[in-house]
Design a protein around this ligand. Structure first.
Ligand SMILES: [Zn+2]
Length: 504
């Protein structure tokens, strides 16, 4: 059976894929490599700065020269403890660094230092919005390898990344859908960003994901043969790759073919996975404890110290927002996904007048503000619109200076010019008109010009009220105070009705 390829939205199954898929169950486990944002590497004092000249951030230790000794970065360990506490993992009193031997040009020592049979944390997990719990197997420390850069005729090795501290976060094979995998990864990224232990930047490779995936019949007891998709670097591609791979494996099973255990790469342009290397003979990494590093001992006092300084986590923050600001949990969840956005919301709420409820602030931030943020790819750390300007805009609305409609126009202008909202309102003459004599005169003119519609309205076609409001707003370009327009329009129409009845 063949399947359309290339750019298809694989997360939305076509109607004939759904019954076919319901005969099978996918079993998915995820491994995330999350780069810790320490200033220096895991076992030496080299800076971790991204974007330096190749091999600039290196020293005899991370180059793996003979006779050097690694020294463990204590800040990296504290960061690891933070994550373990945040996801409820059990911190192990003793864990061990091991050497994982393999030969590859980007690995100068011929081995990578990682934790193997004794990781520093086990268990824990993350809850998703529908209640599904994604259980973690383990979290361990690991150093990153370097990077091969392939030119036209020659290849180069850049070792700036060699020795950068990573956490490897491994789930149980308890995920069954691409959507759950995607939500888990977004929540995990949100947590490491709230904890300020990683920037979670997918583009720069500081948050990378490998997917283990197998498919089995829904009644099968035995797990299917699993394949691994390596180095996925966008949430959209991860979900698409998983969906593609589920269908690819179902095709093979249905055709009576064998699934080969292999490592795959996902090609986003083609929308399909491709074999990178066969894993039929499992590699022997000849792990053994690194003789140059003592076992890592994490004392209860150290755990306590990290715990007291732990940042508020996104889930707790969302619950607090929902309760104390009287907004829906869904809105609170969206607001707290990024720490900077959550702080922005709280700052605006603190600065607005009491007529502007937190709910109104939330609506503005989640619609107008986030739309511009996503479209223009703003950086949460460098706000284009300040909390003060956002609050000022909403306050102009509360004071009746501008209407809600005009506020949206002013907001768009703020996006383009970063000017203060009051300056924009003054410069563009957008101040709301509240002079009742002006509004009354304008409405009277409009009613006189539309006597036909007035007649229809008075004979019971009440829907025409909206038509009159529309005409008035057109004439006033949205500047008349909407409440006054409503009130005066009603009065004038009532007057006309009285006149009509008196004539009868
Ligand atoms: Zn170094």
């Amino acid at each position: 059976m063949s399947r359309p390829q290339g750019g298809m939205n694989t997360t939305n199954l076509s109607s004939n894929e759904q019954p076919r898929q319901s005969q099978f169950k996918a079993v998915i486990g995820l491994e995330v490599h999350c780069q810790l944002n320490t200033e220096t590497k895991l076992f030496c004092g080299c800076p971790t700065q991204f974007g330096e000249l190749p091999n600039h951030n290196t020293c005899p230790i991370c180059l793996g020269l003979p006779g050097v000794l690694p020294v463990l970065n204590t800040k990296a360990v504290d960061f690891g403890i933070r994550l373990a506490l945040a996801v409820g993992a059990r911190l192990q009193p003793t864990s061990v660094f091991a050497r994982k031997q393999y030969f590859y040009p980007d690995l100068p020592k011929g081995y990578q230092i990682t934790q193997y049979d004794l990781p520093y944390a086990v268990g824990g997990g993350i809850s998703l919005s529908d209640g599904k719990f994604i259980a973690l197997t383990r979290i361990h420390f690991e150093e990153d390898a370097g990077k091969n850069i392939h030119g036209d005729r020659v290849s180069y090795v850049d070792l700036n990344r060699a020795g950068i501290p990573l956490l490897e976060i491994v789930t149980e094979p308890c995920i069954h859908t691409p959507e759950h995998a995607g939500e888990y990864l977004k929540r995990l990224r949100s947590i490491v960003r709230h904890l300020e232990i990683s920037d979670g930047n997918l583009d720069e490779g500081s948050f990378r994901c490998d997917v283990n995936i197998s498919v089995q019949g829904i009644h099968d007891k035995e797990l299917g043969t699993r394949c691994e998709i390596k180095n996925l670097n966008s949430f959209k591609n991860i979900e698409r790759a998983i969906q593609y791979e589920i269908l690819r494996q179902i095709d093979l099973i249905e055709d009576g073919k064998k699934i080969v255990q292999e490592t795959l790469l996902y090609d986003p342009a083609l929308g399909r996975t491709q074999a990178m290397r066969s894993k039929e003979e499992a590699k022997d990494y000849r792990y053994f404890p690194d003789p140059d590093l003592k076992p890592l001992i994490i004392s209860p006092e150290r755990i306590e110290r990290v715990k007291t300084n732990l940042a508020e986590l996104p889930e707790a923050m969302a619950n607090r927002f929902s309760e104390s600001y009287q907004i829906t949990l869904l809105d609170a969840d969206q607001l707290t996904h990024e720490k900077e956005l959550a702080l922005f919301f709280e700052e605006v709420v603190a600065k607005v007048k009491k007529e502007i409820s937190p709910k109104i602030v939330a609506n503005w931030i989640l619609s107008e503000y986030l739309r511009e943020h996503n479209e223009k790819k703003w950086d949460f750390k460098k706000p284009v619109i300040t909390a003060q300007n956002m609050a000022d805009l909403l306050n102009l609305m509360a004071e009746g200076v501008i209407s809600g409609k005009i506020a949206k126009m002013v907001f768009n202008e703020m996006v383009d010019t970063q000017a203060d909202p009051s300056v924009i309102v003054k410069k563009k003459g957008l101040v709301q008109i509240t002079d009742t004599s002006i509004i009354r005169e304008a409405i009277a003119t409009i009613l006189a010009n539309n006597s036909g519609q007035v007649g229809e309205y008075l004979s019971g076609k009440e829907k025409l009220f909206g038509f009159f409001v529309g005409e008035i707003m057109k004439v006033s370009k949205g500047k008349y105070n909407p409440a006054l327009v409503n009130q005066i329009l009603k009065e004038l129409l009532n007057d006309q009705e009285k006149t009509l009845q008196a004539q009868k």
